[in-house]
Design a protein around this ligand. Structure first.
Ligand SMILES: NC(=O)c1ccc[n+]([C@@H]2O[C@H](COP(=O)([O-])OP(=O)(O)OC[C@H]3O[C@@H](n4cnc5c(N)ncnc54)[C@H](O)[C@@H]3O)[C@@H](O)[C@H]2O)c1
Length: 296
């Protein structure tokens, strides 16, 4: 079980949407919260709202694409709140542009924020977490990572989000002796600032701010037109309950279960049918006598 009350927590991308909901719920449950964001004024507004409600919070600027920015933020968070044992690597950005229309900078930005941002944040906080006796990393992935067919026109985004899931699952094994747990949170439609703000704050090194793209789905997709978007404050308690219970995954749309089951059943069938057929006809390959090493 991961205790939340009395712990210091960091939320990246905490100035808006899901991160804002998580920061407020963490404070409501008695954590001291560093609300961090590339849009500092938004982080400041959330931290102020938490303090006004009687909670403890500081606002810190942080660009998760920049390692120095993260280590500066980490040092400030620890100085203000004490050892950080709860990390919510949540900052993310999306793009509704076809891969063939994306520039190198467009692709780099999506991968850097969504994948390397989580990697950079996790690495910066792990040593302190271990020294403090353990902790929890909750990364905001996406249903677009777990079910890449769920959100069309999201190639680099899906790649990054699936990467986060791999990172969290592997990290959990490595960190078990250190009492550090991980959760991959896969939102499946939460009302947020993403559609309106996304791209307006894109850093210069990735091409600078860009106009908000029209949301277009391939093939007149109907799933998304009727998809419910939940509110961050209604979702945050579900995510924090999963963190408390050390769950490796948490989802927020119960109705996506069917697509999840279909997707993975199809993967298993397609892959193992072929393998079973091959093995029946050709037998199972002989094991290399030297194990993993190739020795002539
Ligand atoms: N809203 C959804 O339906 C949905 C679905 C799947 C995944 N997600 C994921 O949820 C997370 C939160 O997004 P949201 O929907 O709340 O959108 P949002 O735009 O409301 O919040 C994202 C926050 O991240 C911040 N951010 C962006 N780039 C940053 C950077 N380089 N460094 C630090 N902060 C940065 C933004 O300033 C913003 O405040 C993202 O990782 C997103 O990919 C959201």
């Amino acid at each position: 079980m991961t205790e939340i009350a009395g712990k210091a927590a960091v939320v990246t991308g905490g100035g808006s949407g899901i991160g804002m909901g998580l920061a407020k719920e963490l404070a409501r449950r008695g954590a001291r919260v560093a609300v961090t964001d590339i849009q500092h004024e938004k982080a400041e507004a959330v931290a102020t709202a938490i303090r006004d409600a009687g909670g403890e919070a500081v606002a810190l600027h942080c660009d998760v694409c920049e390692r120095v920015s993260i280590s500066t933020m980490r040092d400030a968070a620890v100085a203000a709140l004490g050892p950080v044992q709860l990390v919510f690597a949540n900052a993310g950005a999306t793009s509704f542009t076809h891969l063939t229309d994306m520039s190198d900078e467009d692709v780099d930005w999506i991968i850097q924020v969504n994948l390397m941002g989580v990697m950079n944040t996790t690495r910066a906080f792990l040593p302190g977490m271990i020294a403090a006796g353990g902790g929890h990393v909750c990364a905001t992935a996406s249903m677009a990572g777990l079910l890449p067919g769920w959100m069309p026109v999201h190639v680099p985004y899906s790649a990054a989000k699936m990467g986060i899931i791999g990172m969290m699952m592997n990290l959990a094994i490595e960190m078990k002796p250190q009492n550090v747990f991980t959760t991959s949170y896969c939102p499946g439609g939460v009302a947020s600032g993403m559609k309106a703000n996304n791209g307006t704050y894109r850093p210069q090194k990735f091409g600078g701010p860009e106009p908000v793209a029209e949301v277009q789905f391939a093939g007149g997709d109907k799933t998304h037109a009727s998809m419910p978007f939940y509110r961050p404050e209604d979702i945050a308690p579900i995510v924090l309950n999963a963190v408390k219970n050390n769950r490796p995954f948490v989802f927020d749309h119960a109705e996506q279960r069917a697509l999840f089951a279909q997707t993975y059943a199809a993967v298993v069938e397609a892959c193992y049918d072929d393998l079973d057929k091959w093995s029946l006809e050709n037998g199972i390959p002989a094991a290399n006598p030297y194990g993993a090493d190739l020795i002539d």
